[in-house]
Design a protein around this ligand. Structure first.
Ligand code: GDP
Length: 132
């Protein structure tokens, strides 16, 4: 997962981590960092033909993010349920995007969409010695 620049700027790191761990996710690795242009272009390469790609890269690089590597049974689908729909206007009550996101683009959190991508994204953010 990542706590995106908007949620970091708005001071939501502590509240989000509290809700994530209360929901049963174990933190295996944690890091505050800032993505470079190249990092963001690589991370979101699947969206490079989309009209919002430039906006997405500019947003994701404008300030620090908090990356976390989480562990749980059914982590991918449970985390996506916890954060809610991409567009906060459509996110269910009580979800993290409903609580903390401001728009479709600035939507506070990233969650991996498959176990395979979760492993790739964990390796993107963390060295093996940073994972516990
Ligand atoms: P996710 O899996 O729920 O994060 O959603 P997607 O994989 O579809 O999109 C990745 C990210 O791109 C989203 O979380 C948003 O930050 C961003 N995004 C998606 N659609 C739009 C859009 O229409 N406009 C903008 N500015 N950003 C978007």
């Amino acid at each position: 997962m990542m706590i995106k620049p908007d949620a970091v700027e708005n001071g939501h790191i502590g509240n989000i981590l509290e809700k994530v761990t209360t929901a049963g996710f174990k933190i295996k690795a944690l890091k505050m960092t800032q993505l470079t242009q190249r990092d963001a272009e690589l991370f979101y390469a699947v969206h490079k033909e989309r009209p919002f790609f430039g906006e997405l890269v500019a947003f994701m690089t404008r300030g620090p993010i908090l990356a976390a590597y989480l562990e749980k049974e059914n982590a991918v689908s449970d985390f996506r349920t916890l954060i809610g729909a991409t567009n906060p206007a459509e996110a269910a009550e009580g979800t993290l995007r409903k609580l903390y996101a401001t728009s479709m683009g600035e939507n506070a959190l990233h969650g991996s969409d498959s176990d395979e991508n979760a492993a790739i994204e964990a390796a993107f953010h963390f060295a093996e010695r940073e994972c516990f």
